[in-house]
Design a protein around this ligand. Structure first.
Ligand code: KG4
Ligand code: ZN
Length: 366
């Protein structure tokens, strides 16, 4: 393998953000640009065909701006990296094709990254303690995953959503309440002015799912919670006068479920370091609740809001690890809407205990 790369370029275009970043050998972010596609707001959600076209229109300018901010030229980049999946296939294709072309043109290697693994790496750009072993909660618009990371690249899946992702639930509830897209920040803003007066369900927390041996013990379900809000809204008629309380009630229920499952994972694994990644990690109520429940013995690690949302810097950071471990990606690597999470193994909830989880290991060098 060639020398370890110093300057790494990261491109992210899996959904509705076109983002590019340059990081140096010490993971300092030298240039970082995120362009959000506001045009989806009028449709109340991302329109895949429009997203792909918007990426195509702006990708050159976003990449140029990131390089300019970093004060480097394309031929000084040692390694080019990109999100290859999961995500919207048209959007992914734009980023993958562009990045492969740039790497090929400059005769440099390229690395295809997994979007959700990149969300795990985001916090480590700002916080040296945000490294394995940890319990990881990944919460985005497309995924809700609970895992244990014994080392970078070695992940054990504990639980995942059986229907909607939690970010998707935030977006759908915001739509029900007549708020804009993306719904997460809107719900958070409205909730700050309300009280959680409405009783809403905590799916998969009690009953059979509350038993440690049950397959649903670590899993999530957010579709029923969204439906419960829809039923309330229908009963109320015009939700506007109560939208702050409805938002606060929904947020409280979602946060309660997430925090409960995280604490179950902490108890099961014996690992008290918790890392949260993905767009929903920007939510202050989630941060505060996890902090409250982990105190005084645990530690909580989040990326700052700008690195919790989709961004190119987390891709470049992931590429540093993946290149050192696996080398360059082959030139025929393609975008994949449902790319498998590298290094993620699934074990049944019933069949493992604390001894399965390694904690003495030092964090992987990268
Ligand atoms: O990771 P991300 O930027 O994109 C995906 O990979 O999906 O996550 C986007 C999701 C959206 O569903 C958005 O509503 C949610 O993250 N989100 C939030 C907040 N900011 C973004 N959810 C709750 N509270 C927030 N402050
Ligand atoms: Zn994301």
């Amino acid at each position: 393998m060639a020398d370890l790369p110093s300057l790494i370029f990261g491109m992210e275009s899996s959904c509705d953000e076109t983002s590019a970043a340059v990081i140096d050998a010490d993971d300092r972010i030298l240039g970082h640009v995120v362009l959000s596609q506001d045009e989806h707001e009028v449709y109340g959600g991302v329109v895949p065909e429009l997203a792909a076209r918007a990426h195509l229109r702006s990708i050159d300018a976003v990449a140029d701006a990131a390089l300019r901010q970093a004060g480097v030229r394309g031929n000084e980049i040692d390694l080019w990296s990109v999100t290859a999946g999961p995500g919207l296939i048209g959007s992914l294709l734009v980023g993958v094709s562009w990045t492969k072309a740039a790497a090929f043109g400059y005769r440099r290697p390229f690395v295809a990254c997994h979007h959700m693994e990149a969300h795990l790496f985001a916090a480590s750009l700002e916080d040296p303690d945000a490294c394995p072993p940890f319990v990881g909660l990944l919460v985005s618009g497309g995924h809700t995953l609970l895992l244990h990371a014994g080392a970078w690249g070695e992940y054990t899946l504990l639980g995942e959503t059986r229907d909607d992702a939690v970010g998707e639930a935030f977006d759908k509830v915001a739509k029900l309440l007549g708020m804009g897209y993306p719904g997460g920040p809107e719900i958070e803003r409205a909730a700050a002015a309300g009280e959680p007066h409405f009783q809403l369900p905590r799916p998969m927390v009690k009953g059979r799912a509350g038993q440690p041996g049950d397959p649903a013990y670590f899993d999530f379900s957010f579709s029923g919670l969204k439906t419960a809000v829809a039923v309330l809204v229908e009963k109320i008629g015009d939700p506007t006068p109560r939208s702050a309380d409805l938002a606060a009630s929904f947020q409280a229920a979602a946060v309660d479920v997430l925090a409960t499952k995280v604490m179950r994972a902490v108890a099961r694994t014996g690992c008290r370091r918790v890392l949260v990644g993905g767009g929903v990690a920007a939510n202050k109520a989630l941060r505060a609740e996890l902090m409250r429940r982990l105190r005084p013995h645990g530690s909580l690690h989040f990326a700052s809001p700008r690195l919790s949302l989709d961004n190119g810097a987390m891709i470049a950071r992931t590429a540093r690890f993946r290149y050192a471990r696996d080398g360059a990606s082959p030139w025929d690597t393609d975008a994949s809407a449902s790319l498998a999470f590298p290094g993620l193994t699934s074990i049944s909830n019933a069949g493992h205990d604390r001894r399965t989880f390694r904690h003495g290991t030092a964090a992987a060098a990268n």
